[in-house]
Design a protein around this ligand. Structure first.
Ligand SMILES: *[C@@H]1O[C@H](CO)[C@@H](O)[C@H](O)[C@H]1NC(C)=O
Length: 377
């Protein structure tokens, strides 16, 4: 009776953790983990907008448009719980002489996009991850106008940032795999959408925003209007996926992924050389951030175009006796908040066990110059 969805789900998760914990105890002495970097998408959110003929135009979304939803908070908490089991060996407990023990929060670095749902997601993930009070200054929020890697658009990048707004044309050849907007059929499709939504449908961006509103409404058990039946799954979903692939392979997102990759690996390098001690790096970001990193590393074909809520791309460093004077890199993709069996990525051009130094060498040719230089080239 008293059990709502939240506590039921948590009890299940806790049960899973206890079962996993039993396995883990026997394996702990063999733990080889040295560090992890997690790049994750925020959780379930309300739609970013409405459209003029939306029957749910006045729907009272908690927190307004674009906010992390109650379900989103729970997702990140659940993700944090699962990650805390996997990374328990890194969550170091520091005990003082008087035997009071505290978690060493200096070993955790949290960077968040300034968009509020990402900050809220980082908080929720931490709550599940450490299950203790954490210092309120633990989350570093990057102001959007200085953000070179997490929010997009962020810091201005005049030559390339149009790709996130108006830069993609309906005539891009990629879309022809779904529908040819230069054909009569394509024009009728656009007219149909325009007639039924009241939107001026003149760019792929409008298609993406519309798909997103419908997707979120559907996820929230709001019955979609009948006109969507013939277009949502068949056209809007695949077209949106193509927009994400175009974003992910764009020069703009390549510059940002490169900046983010350098940020991660510099911090891991500092840990290895001993100039820093942070061994848990948490980056709270967006679908485009995660998706573009998958493109940047050449592993999109093993994953997805648009990461779902709370999906996480993790880079782990492990000790491995086969690799002297170095660490093994493992790349993992957690497809959803409750994923306990992440995809183990086959790292291109680096056979398992892939040495960290070699991994960095394979990526090096893709690195762009520093943000401002790259953006003005
Ligand atoms: C859109 O609305 C116009 C005006 O009512 C109509 O002539 C046209 O056939 C409609 N097109 C589609 C594809 O629904």
């Amino acid at each position: 009776m008293g059990l709502n969805n939240f506590s039921t789900r948590n009890l299940i998760l806790l049960g899973i953790l206890i079962l996993n914990g039993v396995d883990n105890i026997s394996g702990t002495s063999e733990s080889t983990l040295k560090a992890v970097s997690m790049l994750f998408r925020h959780g379930d959110r309300s739609p970013g907008m409405s459209y003029p003929l939306d029957p749910y135009h006045d729907y009272p979304w908690p927190g307004g448009y674009g906010a992390l939803s109650p379900r989103g908070y729970r997702e990140l908490y659940g993700s944090g719980l699962i990650k805390s089991t996997r990374y328990s060996s890194l969550l170091s407990i520091h005990c003082d002489t008087d035997a009071t023990c505290n978690m060493d929060f200096n070993k955790i670095l949290v960077l968040s996009s300034a968009i509020q749902r990402c900050v809220d997601s980082a908080e929720s993930l931490l709550n599940g991850f450490v299950r203790a009070n954490w210092p309120s200054n633990l989350i570093n929020v990057i102001p959007q106008n200085q953000d070179e890697m997490l929010a997009a658009p962020g810091k201005p990048c005049p030559n390339y940032e149009d790709i996130m707004t108006t830069g993609i044309s309906l005539n891009d050849p990629e879309f022809k795999a779904v529908i040819d907007f230069e054909s009569t059929e394509g024009q009728e499709f656009l007219d149909y959408l325009q007639n039924n939504t009241g939107l001026v449908v003149n760019s792929p961006m409008v298609l993406l925003l519309l798909e997103d509103v419908l997707l979120v409404e559907k996820d929230n058990n709001l019955e979609l209007p009948a006109w969507t039946d013939s277009v949502f799954e068949q056209y809007l979903v695949p077209l949106t996926s193509i927009v994400f692939d175009i974003w992910g392979s764009s020069q703009y997102m390549k510059i940002r992924s490169s900046t983010l990759f350098k940020d991660m690996t510099n911090k891991l390098d500092n840990l290895i050389t001993g100039s820093d001690n942070q061994n848990i790096l948490l980056y709270s970001a967006h679908d485009a951030t995660v998706g573009s990193m998958l493109h940047f590393l050449g592993i999109r074909d093993q994953t997805v175009a648009r990461p779902t809520y709370a999906a996480s791309f993790n880079l782990e460093l492990h000790q491995n006796q086969e690799i002297e004077d170095d660490y093994e890199v493992k790349l993992l993709y957690f497809a959803s908040y409750d994923d306990q069996n992440p995809i183990e990525i086959n790292i291109p051009d680096c056979q398992a066990p892939c040495p960290y130094k070699q991994f960095k060498l394979t990526i090096q040719p893709r690195l762009t110059p520093d943000y401002e230089t790259a953006c003005s080239q």
